[in-house]
Design a protein around this ligand. Sequence first.
Ligand code: NAD
Ligand code: DAO
Ligand code: ZN
Length: 369
Amino acid sequence: MDVKAAVAFEPGKPLSIETVQLEGPKAGEVLVEIKATGVCHTDAYTLSGDDPEGLFPSILGHEGAGVVVELGPEVRTLSVGDHVIPLYIPECRSCEYCLSGKTNLCQAIRGTQGRGLMPDGTSRFSYGNEMLHHYMGTSTFANYVVVPEIALAKIRKDAPFEKVCLIGCGVTTGIGAVINTAKVEPGANVVVFGLGGIGLNVIQAARLVGANRIVGVDLNPEKRPLAEQLGMTDFVNPQEVAGDLVPYLVELTQGGADYSFECIGNVEVMRQALECCHKGWGESIIIGVAGAGQEIRTRPFQLVTGRVWKGSAFGGAKGRTDVPKLVDWYMNGKIEIDPLVTHSFPLNEINQAFDLMHRGESIRSVVTF
Ligand code: NAD
Ligand code: DAO
Ligand code: ZN
């Protein structure tokens, strides 16, 4: 079938709005009509060409929501008309990783997904005679996509696509990092570096679990009002701190953060995030994705004296199990998404969403189809 898509033909170039061809679903696959998609920093990272695993030409997008329109053979857990959120980390419930109970990093289709292909090793997308790569198994910058059944979370039908699409990445990543990865307890002091779509969700989750001080650190003072609305108790602009940031944060939190979160992707900030943690027990969670080839550094004595460094992908969430619960949390008013959607565009204006992001003027732009 013909579908409308924003195609990334080359790194560093704007997306091109095209009519491309999509083959129907094969065994274990599902055709989904995408109704809305967020534009995340990670899409921009891949489009920039800095992502060593970025493949071109491809259809980017990984923060979508839509409706099931056709089932391939052997699909058992979904029906036509179901509302779904595509998952860039699937949940097969049968691989060694899923069965371990220790990780959300299902490996069932990892090899082919990483090569921009469906599980049978081919792409469903093409443009004339040219094959187009899938992206993160989701490719939500197209109005129709084919996605493996194990990479679709079924959600309730009354949830608005243009809001809950953010649960496909930013919301789950931030909230999950607090609840699943760090397991922040009531009364804890938390420091959040970077107040974009990820950091703001860390903040609202820290408030939800009853954290005490929730310190937000960002170079952009315009991020402050929304962060305060979501639960930030103290704002720190590193450019306004006289002297080193780390001792400043240790003093502000009266001994150091019980938990810190790096939501930028800056390896220097990752070091600050670890070193502002409380001696003996403070844990720092890396969420940000650093540039290719970059490395983190600290003095090993920081770890010897009890600080802990961890990472979190998709908030440690198991998508088919946890995503529907987060949709319920939103619909019940337990978490906020509406203020995070700062801009909306039709697909043919998607490049404006990237421009706003690069200028630091948006939290999330949502594209509706
Ligand atoms: P964003 O660009 O919206 O937010 C980043 C924020 O950091 C901005 O507000 C910016 O002003 C601030 N900032 C930049 N440099 C800073 C510095 N030196 N000190 C303080 N603040 C600084 O990005 P986002 O969408 O929130 O994503 C954040 C990071 O998380 C990205 O690296 C993204 O790729 C990554 N990410 C990770 C996962 C995961 O599962 N681990 C999922 C999604 C996104
Ligand atoms: O299983 O090896 C693996 C990789 C799984 C994907 C991890 C994604 C990490 C976060 C990247 C940014 C997401 C938008
Ligand atoms: Zn699995």
